[in-house]
Design a protein around this ligand. Structure first.
Ligand SMILES: Cc1cc2nc3c(=O)[nH]c(=O)nc-3n(C[C@H](O)[C@H](O)[C@H](O)COP(=O)(O)OP(=O)(O)OC[C@H]3O[C@@H](n4cnc5c(N)ncnc54)[C@H](O)[C@@H]3O)c2cc1C
Length: 427
């Protein structure tokens, strides 16, 4: 990386304006958004490892605001070609219960849009983020095996690295994931829970075209979702009980494809070329506040959701964009970018969105697992309404795309939103 602040001296203290801890997709986006807002940023994280990042088997369905953010940060132009637009979402009740609900198709065209978003492999997104970070102004990567301590003070927060160096800034951005050390240093409490489910993620080829439709099979053990990728390929997120998921992950490719074909019941025709299979135990986490003591939380340090409805990273990218906006405003006014006023503005701007997504995704996931007949009757009634009453379906689609509170400026389109007709794959 060109922008690495490399040093061999032990116990060196470096001062900057903001220190981002962790270089997952949310941390990198936060660093780019902050530097684009005129702030000097250091990223404290393990060095870029292209081979390790390529082992991330997941894809992310990016919603329109996230795509605008990546366009505005100059990231989209180097990764959009790996993505496929999502023109519709089909929900199929596959719980096999007494009250089987009708299939529902949410079509982007029905609400005047070309697509709901774009599905992109995490490996391609992360590579594009790293490429941009390596050339961005005001941005320095300080490679470390790990951040080992974070100590907030009156006017600075100190971030200590395993190699003995210390980075000091007015603000630390905690992007070090669900087990965040920086969140603990901020004194922010969390509520965490487990779902007793594991998600299997991989990609595969199929003989029948996906027609850019995502299909969610709502099953007793959790959703099984196929999400379009370019050509006749799709990504898969298949949620199962942990023991079943372990069995599936251990199958050879032919065995896995046979199991998948049984579940998909011909939906995508003959299946082939399954990629490496990765398993992700599912859990939830919610932080009691989003910023405190010069430390702001973004992404999974603040909220962990099950992969239903493609919300997790989209929520994290909204954190990153809004934090940059609050920091830029404080910076422009000559105020302390890590001070109470800035952190309060960030928390206030993000709390409603984070809470409402966490609750709704949790409720949706639990409603699949619950065998209580009235719960299933309510689910079925909801799906009946969505299948048969167009205004209700349109209202839900518009609601799903809307963000409670203010959408960060970096997520707003420079041009009016694209209308139905052309799929937005160009940068
Ligand atoms: C199967 C699956 C499918 C998903 N699909 C979608 C989807 O379609 N749409 C969507 O929006 N979301 C989706 N998600 C959620 C999404 O993948 C996550 O929200 C996202 O990856 C979280 O990114 P992050 O940067 O917040 O955290 P992470 O990716 O966990 O990054 C944290 C980083 O911090 C580093 N770190 C940790 N500790 C330290 C330390 N002490 N010092 C320095 N660095 C440290 C780690 O090495 C890591 O690089 C999915 C999740 C799963 C499991």
């Amino acid at each position: 990386m060109e922008n690495c602040l490399r040093t061999r001296r032990k116990d060196l203290a470096l001062t900057t304006q903001a220190v981002v801890i962790g270089a997952g997709p949310t941390g990198l986006t936060a660093a780019l958004a902050l530097s684009a807002s005129g702030v000097e940023v250091a990223i404290a994280a393990p060095p870029y490892d292209a081979a390790r990042l390529a082992t991330d088997r997941r894809t992310t369905a990016l919603l329109p605001g996230s795509i605008e953010l990546l366009k505005n940060l100059g990231v989209w132009e180097t990764c959009h070609q790996h993505g496929a637009p999502l023109a519709g979402v089909r929900i199929v009740d596959d719980r096999g219960g007494l009250l089987r609900a009708p299939e529902v198709l949410f079509s982007a065209q029905e609400v005047g849009l070309a697509c709901f978003g774009v599905n992109i492999p995490n490996a391609a997104l992360n590579a594009a983020l790293h490429a941009k970070v390596s050339t961005a102004e005001r941005l320095h990567w300080v490679p470390t095996s790990a951040v080992v301590a974070v100590e907030p003070g009156d006017d600075r927060v100190a971030v200590s690295l395993a190699e003995g160096h210390c980075l000091k800034g007015a603000l630390a951005v905690a992007a070090d994931g669900r087990a965040s050390l920086a969140r603990r240093a901020a004194g922010i409490a969390t509520r965490a829970w487990s779902y007793g489910q594991t998600a299997i993620a991989t990609t595969f080829l199929h003989a029948r075209a996906h027609a850019f439709i995502t299909t969610e099979l709502h099953r007793r053990a959790g959703p099984l979702t196929t999400v379009p990728l370019p050509g006749d390929s799709s990504s898969l997120v298949w949620v199962e009980e942990p023991s079943v998921a372990a069995h599936l992950a251990a199958l050879d490719k032919a065995g896995f494809l046979a199991e998948l074909a049984t579940r998909l019941q011909g939906l995508l025709g003959a299946l082939s070329d399954v990629g490496p299979v990765a398993a992700y135990p599912l859990s939830g986490l919610s932080a009691s506040c989003l910023a405190q003591n010069r430390i702001a939380l973004v992404g999974e340090t603040a909220h962990v959701l099950p992969p239903i409805g493609a919300q997790g990273l989209n929520l994290g990218l909204r954190d990153a964009a809004m934090l940059a906006e609050c920091v830029a405003a404080a910076h422009a006014r000559g105020e302390d970018i890590g001070g109470r006023t800035t952190l309060k503005a960030y928390h206030g701007a993000r709390a409603a969105d984070v809470l409402s997504r966490t609750l709704s995704v949790d409720l949706l996931n639990r409603s699949l697992l619950d065998d209580f007949l009235p719960v299933q009757a309510l689910r079925g009634l909801g799906l009946h309404l969505l299948a048969n009453v167009t205004p209700v379906r349109r209202m839900l689609m518009r609601g799903g795309l809307e963000v409670p509170g203010r959408l960060p400026r970096l997520m707003r389109p420079a041009m009016p939103p694209q209308r139905a007709g052309r799929l937005p794959l160009s940068p």
